[in-house]
Design a protein around this ligand. Structure first.
Ligand code: FES
Length: 164
């Protein structure tokens, strides 16, 4: 990876945007493979603006590499104010924004972000279970986290134990 790109990634990582679970999200998308450790989940919340349903906010959690985190940070900013269709029309290289072109070995990092976005915005996307009045506050959303995904053993997979 060239030095310029490395610097841009480090700059994005120095001030990552929109990291963490989004309480009361309208949609969630998860991609990756917990068996190999690369995984990204995106939460999306919509709002009505000028008669259109646009993305109000998007957040993410990642067990991917620094590039995936940098791209997710930039992409979640980039898709704000866009309709789902406009966001889905963005290519992985556009989602990487100011990082610029990624080397071949890093293209799948932005594809991970694109995949999470597609997963969230596709009609079959996983949706949040909205807390009921009697259940939880927005701060304790019932949406499963990446940690849940890694902790739950999958059929034929491995259970990852985190060290203290
Ligand atoms: Fe696998 Fe970046 S997400 S190397």
């Amino acid at each position: 990876m060239n030095e310029d790109l490395q610097k841009r990634i480090q700059a994005a990582l120095a001030n990552p945007q929109n990291m963490g679970e989004l309480a009361n999200a309208d949609a969630i998308g998860t991609v990756g493979n917990s068996d190999c450790g690369e995984m990204l989940r995106m939460w999306v919340k919509f709002k009505q603006q000028d008669g259109k349903r646009v993305i109000d906010r998007a957040t993410f959690q990642s067990f991917g590499c620094e590039t995936a985190i940098a791209v997710a940070s930039l992409a979640t900013e980039l898709i704000r104010g866009k309709t789902a269709e406009e966001a889905l029309a963005l290519k992985p290289e556009e989602l990487a924004g100011e990082l610029g072109p990624l080397p071949p070995m890093k293209i799948h990092c932005s594809q991970l972000v694109e995949g999470a976005l597609r997963s969230a915005l596709s009609p079959q996307a996983e949706t949040c279970v909205k807390p009921t009045e009697s259940s939880q506050s927005p701060a304790t959303s019932t949406a499963p986290t990446l940690l849940d995904s890694f902790s739950k053993p999958k059929e034929g997979g491995v259970k990852i134990q985190f060290l203290d």
